[in-house]
Design a protein around this ligand. Sequence first.
Ligand code: NAD
Ligand code: MG
Length: 412
Amino acid sequence: MNALAATRRNFEVTDLEPVLARSVTVLGSTGSIGVSTLDVVVHARKAYGEHAMPVEALTAQSNVDGLIKQAQAVRPKVAVIGDDSLYGRLKDGLGGTGIAVAAGRNAVIEAAARSSDTVMVAIMGAAALEPALAAVARNATVALANKECIVAAGAVFHRALANSTAAVIPVDSEHNAVFQVLNGEGAREVEKVTLTASGGPFRDWTLDQMAVCTVEQAVAHPNWSMGAKISVDSATLMNKGLELIEAHFLFGLPPEKLDVLVHPQSIVHCLVSYEDGSTLAHLSAPDMRTPIAHALAWPRRIASPSRRLDLAAVGQLTFRKPDHERFRCLGLAMDAMRIGRLAPTILNAANEIAVDAFLKKRIGFLDIPRVVEETLAESPEANTTADTLDGVLAADARARDRADDVCRRVVN
Ligand code: NAD
Ligand code: MG
């Protein structure tokens, strides 16, 4: 047998049973990533049998009817609603099913701490931080879709990982793509990692047009269907800025080895360039069920219901540099990544407040970078460090208050 054949044999998937027997908890199951995750689970059960991918726990914040329907369909051991005023409705909705119910912030964290093999972290925003850390603390495999928690608390997250045997499998499409390309090898010989960005709905808009855009226009992403917050982040390019910081922490890459290219078709998700001049890319149709299926089955692969890539139909793949003048959030995030310390925490908190204010029509679209920039400028602790979770949460809370004040100021 030649060397190539031997290598190929090692990559053959012969026994999926251990992968299919893994139990899964989905935090944020009613969101865009949560729904796609359950789609992958249901598909696996159809393809491999009803026993595949038992669900330990589902959590949602306020969509109690959606949570009830999901629980009836995939039969978790427990369903948790974050908003505790909805406990009665959840209990009634799942009465007689044998599925346990719970409510409140602590119950969400406890759901992450229950013994499942894999925890999909699909909660939106820095609210995912404590549940994600609870999963890391009990050595779970953490399928990490949420990026805000690692941006807000990269160092704390790293320390928690160093003290556990938990594995983090990135689900964010670009990071999952880098993870697949690196294939378990370190990033030492890597010269550059390039994350691609679709450019969002305002890719070709002028600043004057963006100044008067509506919420509906900002959340109408051309290639991906996502939650409202990440859709606005994609429109400002803050999403790509957060992703650079996410890649910095996940792969241990210094800021100067990280780059962004605008790629409107969202087919190539990353480019990894090596010292010898080789560049490896990862391609797929823009469908989150592909990285989700990869993360749930890693290091094997399972069948997924995701759209397949048809390059002949796509026709052309194009690339260009991002425009920092029209999309200032990208530069603000890059600056925060270079400063490090608490700057990414404050950047993220200010952005969450600004995006929420924009979605509630309190501020305009171009006020988002203003709020982030002014909050950072008014936060001297951006240059200081916080070694503990409490320290990070306190800095996050202060930045949110400050950003709220700035929001009030920019509209007056
Ligand atoms: P979403 O808004 O559609 O869903 C968020 C989920 O989190 C919901 O189930 C909601 O009930 C829950 N949630 C919201 N606030 C919560 C809180 N305070 N406590 C507990 N639960 C809460 O968001 P999404 O688009 O699915 O994104 C989820 C995460 O995944 C985000 O961090 C996002 O950046 C990341 N991500 C999403 C995509 C995508 O395609 N949607 C791609 C890459 C990364
Ligand atoms: Mg992404």
